[in-house]
Structures are given as C-alpha cells and as structure tokens.
Design a protein around this ligand. Structure first.
Ligand code: MSP
Length: 533
C-alpha cells in the first residue's frame, strides 16, 4: 500500500457509519480499531487529528429491524447507537465525532446538498426495476446474484423484486471525470487490488442510480416530492460532512465544509467500495465540492471462511471478547494477525496463543525480568549510561533500535500494522536473546558493573522504544511499561497538539534518561486461557 500523507499538520479520517440493524459485531469493530490505530499514530507524530465514526440509521433494513423488535424506529436507533458508543469505549477508541444520520443537523445538510445536485440538473424521475438486497441496501444486476437470486455477500438472503418510480442521480454524467480522477490520483483508491476492481467496474460504463424510495417512510423526504424518501446511501455518505460541524455552528453545508474538509482518509470494508470510490466522488463533483483524498478498502473478517455479518448470523461478540481478554488484546490480535487489506479468519485458539507468545511472554516477561535485575544490580535506577555512550558495534540492540522509529513510521503510514508489529517484536525478541547471551548475572558476580549497566540500559531503552511505537495499537500496555520505567507520558491523553519534535525524540533509541527511578515490576499482561466451555 502506498504511504498516506504524513507531512500535513492536520488529518481527518472516517470509519463507515454503521447500520444500526443490530448491535456491533467483530467485523464492524475491526474497521474502527484500524481507524483508531491510524488516528493515534498521527497524533503521536504531532498531527492534529479528527476521527469520525457514527451510525447509519435510515432505510428499509433499519425500519424492518425496528419492526421486528416492536419499537418505533427512533427508539430502536437510539438503543443500538448506544451499544456502538459503549463498545468504542470498551475498545479504547478515541473518536472525535459520532455522526448519527437521524440527527436534525444532518437533515439540513442533506437538504442543502440535495438542492445543489438538483439545481445542477443531475436528478430526474424514472422507473426502477430490479432485484434489491435489503441487507446491502442496493439494487443488484442479475449477473451479480448467486443461486435462487440470493445476494453474493449476504448468501442466506434472497433479493426482492422492485418495480417503482424513483428519482435518479445522473452518475453517467461523471464517467469521464471519475476516470480522470483515478488516472491523475492513482492513490485515491488503495490498495491496488481494490483500485483495479473499481477501474473495471467503471470501464463497463456507469449507469445512473436511484436515490429515492417509495413505500418507506424511515428516511428524509425528498424536498421536492415528499412521498419519496431519500435513498439511505445518498443520506449516509453526507453523514461524514455533518460530522464536521462544531456543536455551536449553524448547520449549513458551507459551515460544515469550512474546516477539516476534504477528508484525508475514508477507511471502509471492501463491500462498500463502490459507494465510496464511485458514487460519493460523483455526488461531490455534481455539487462542485472538493473530493476526499483517499479511500482505503480492507478485507473481511471471516468465520469458517464466510464473511462475518449481522445479516448472516455468524458473528463473534466483540463485547464478550473485550470483557474476557481486555481491549489491548483484541486490538493487538486484529492489527497484527490480519494482514491489512486481506481477508482474515478469526480463531480463538490462535488468538490466545499469539497474545500469550507476544504480549505475556516476549514483552511482559522481558520487562519483568529486566526490572528485577535492575533492582538487584543497579538499586532500581535506570543505569547511569547514556544511549550515545553505547556503540552500535558493541550492542546489537542499539543497531536494531537506531532506525526502528523510521521503519515503523513507514509501516504505519502504509497501514501495514503487521509489519509495524513484526519490526518492533524483532527488537523485543532480540532483547530476550541478548540477556541470555550476555548473562548479566555472571558479569555482576565478576564485578563488571559497567558492563552490567550497559546491558541493562540497552534492554530497558529497547523496551521503552518498543512500548512507544506500539502505543497506537496497545495504548494501555504502553502506559503500563512507561509507568514502570518511571516515565510519565499518558498515551491515552496526548496533548491535543503533540509537537512533532516529541515524536522525533521519543522514537529515537537512546531517549531513556539515565538515573531515573524505576517502579516496582508488576506483570503487565496475564497468561490467557481458553474458556473451558
Ligand atoms: N451503513 C453502511 C456504511 C455507510 S458509510 C457512509 C454499512 N454499514 S455496515 O454496518 O454494514 O458495515 C460497516 C463496515 O463494517 C463496512 O466497512 C463493512 O465492510 C464492515 N464490515 C462488516 N462486516 C465485516 C466483516 N465481516 N469483516 C470486516 N469488516 C466488515 O455498510
């Protein structure tokens, strides 16, 4: 994946706005965990960040879900939206805005936008006939369907025949401009495989799509013709714009777009690529507004090889997982184990074994044993060695640590979290090996105090650097490491403007000040066990 822009002082990113047909599952949590790790890394680097998440609350799918639970749609949305917000809190997600598409401000923004597109002459009335997947909220081409006219994404659901009068958006008018956009900005859609998917789709010729529904009252009325409601996707994409309004601002399109627009990164799953990489830029072109900088589509979490989803009923409950294992465990597993961009299968046995190996043993035990030795051999103080006094020739950890910050930054900016973790864990594992080889306990007995101190300093500093660089992924564990090293940076509360030179200092091997007091060693991550049931 090509790196995302890291030089700008500000960075705005979005997760999708999740449907509230049911409580969140692990698949929806995945996108949000990824977005949070990016946002945290950007803040660590000193960028001012706006992270937007929220819920998509209109349309037939939600209307039916509310009917099934026997409550009115708004009450249903309020309940389910609250379960999303509560999960984000449990997962330690630091979002700045939570955009709900049933908010009154949003209605005004949708109306303003609709009018711009209407005045442009890009909306007309026609007849829509076709197969509709309510779970996707999308008309499907006959060739996209599988056996028995089931949707290829929601394989247990049959599509429904529709034949009705709808308003249409002239997507076909934007074929050329979109092709030009993809050609001029090859990074607009990432990764490359998703870009190719979009290019192939657009090459086949764009067809206008319907942006209103009849017989569904759970949505905003079309301003010119209120017996139609606005199609849920037309409404939902604009939720990203509404999110930009400050709480005091009058809800106008102009106000919303005055700050933070255009969005730097729309992070989405591959199933909603077409909406974000084709429909959305075309809608913005029609409204004559600047386009977002990048759309990145990740893969699916699968269970037994099938897309995990609320409509398919094969989900894993993220609340249960986070309550059993803790937020850092869940975050680490999904960021490290699922190669970003690819599909990845969730498996609890693997989950437990990866966490035990990496966090409990390699990192947790390393910190514990090193603090123990420092207490014994150096009175519980960071040895009075300075990083620059250790030469790379005499110390492999310094060699590995010297440009680790740059390599990990490059990995984060390319959204390669697996690589970021791997690079950091090479250093962590080398620390364990280094201690075993150097055997400071023997050197201590031989009264080689200076050597003992250099070894322990190098290990403590490598652990510190690792914790710093892992903080976008496991902020609580990084805090625990920093705290035991006697350092007082709170990764859950980086000052709103974290100056750029902070990153340059902290991400540098050798930053750990000599002679600081260390805190008593406490295990930072317990050995996990599989549930017995
Ligand atoms: N409401 C729309 C998005 C509107 S954005 C303006 C929507 N909602 S969703 O709840 O169905 O999906 C939200 C996101 O969760 C999508 O990016 C989707 O790809 C992601 N995931 C849903 N199931 C998933 C997996 N099993 N695995 C990974 N992500 C998946 O679409």
């Amino acid at each position: 994946m090509n790196p995302i822009d890291c030089q700008k002082p500000t960075f705005a990113l979005t997760t999708p706005l999740y449907y509230v047909n049911a409580a969140p599952h692990l698949g929806s949590a995945y996108t949000t965990i990824v977005a949070d790790a990016i946002a945290r890394f950007k803040r660590l680097q000193g960028q001012s960040v706006l992270m937007i998440t929220g819920t998509d609350e209109h349309g037939q799918k939600i209307q039916r879900a509310a009917q099934a639970s026997g409550i009115n749609p708004q009450e249903h949305c309020d309940r389910v939206a609250a379960t999303f917000a509560s999960l984000w809190q449990k997962l330690n997600i630091q979002y700045d805005r939570f955009s709900r598409t049933t908010a009154t401000d949003h209605e005004k923004i949708v109306k303003d936008f609709f009018e711009r597109v209407w005045n442009k002459g890009d909306i007309y009335l026609d007849r829509q006939k076709g197969w509709y997947c309510v779970a996707c909220e999308e008309f499907k081409e006959e060739r996209e369907l599988i056996e028995d006219r089931h949707c290829a994404i929601h394989t247990n659901l049959q599509t429904e025949w529709r034949d009705e009068e709808n308003y249409f958006f002239r997507l076909s008018n934007y074929q050329q401009q979109l092709e030009q956009l993809y050609a001029e900005k090859p990074d607009f859609i990432q990764p490359q495989s998703r870009r190719n998917e979009v290019l192939n789709f657009v090459k086949q010729g764009l067809r206008d799509f319907s942006i209103s529904r009849v017989n569904i009252d759970w949505g905003f009325p079309i301003p010119k013709d209120p017996k139609h409601t606005i199609y849920v996707w037309f409404d939902a994409l604009l939720g990203y714009v509404t999110a930009l309004l400050d709480s005091q601002q009058e809800p106008t399109l102009e106000n919303a777009l005055s700050h933070w627009w255009p969005i730097d990164l729309h992070l989405i799953g591959k199933d909603i690529l077409r909406f974000h990489a084709v429909y959305w830029p075309a809608m913005l072109l029609s409204a004559e507004l600047p386009l977002p900088r990048q759309v990145v589509g990740h893969g699916f979490l699968t269970k037994d090889g099938k897309k995990m989803g609320k409509s398919s009923g094969n989900t894993v409950d993220p609340v249960e997982l986070v309550e059993r294992y803790g937020s850092d465990a869940v975050r680490y597993y999904f960021l490290k184990e699922i190669e970003f961009g690819q599909d990845g299968d969730y498996n609890e046995i693997r989950f437990v074994s990866v966490l035990n190996a990496d966090l409990a043993n390699d990192l947790g035990n390393l910190l514990n044993r090193t603090l123990g030795m420092t207490k014994k051999y150096c009175q519980g103080q960071v040895p009075s060695v300075r990083g620059e006094e250790i030469s790379t020739a005499e110390n492999t950890l310094k060699t590995l640590g010297t440009d680790l910050g740059d390599r990990v930054a490059q990995a984060y900016n390319s959204l390669d979290f697996t690589q970021a973790c791997e690079q950091i864990f090479i250093l962590i594992r080398s620390c364990n090996k280094f201690i075993d080889e150097q055997a400071p306990w023997l050197l201590y007995k031989q009264k080689k105090q200076t050597e003992v101190e250099k070894i322990l300093y190098a290990v403590l500093e490598s652990v510190r650097l690792s914790a710093y660089l892992l903080s976008p992924i496991i902020p609580n564990l990084s805090n625990a490491v920093y705290q035991q090293l006697g350092l007082d940076l709170d990764f859950n509360n980086l000052a709103s403007v974290n100056p750029r030179d902070n990153f340059e200092k902290h991400a540098q091997w050798g930053f750990l000040p000599a002679s600081g007091s260390l805190k008593p060693a406490k295990p930072i991550f317990p050995q996990l066990e599989l549930p017995s049931d």
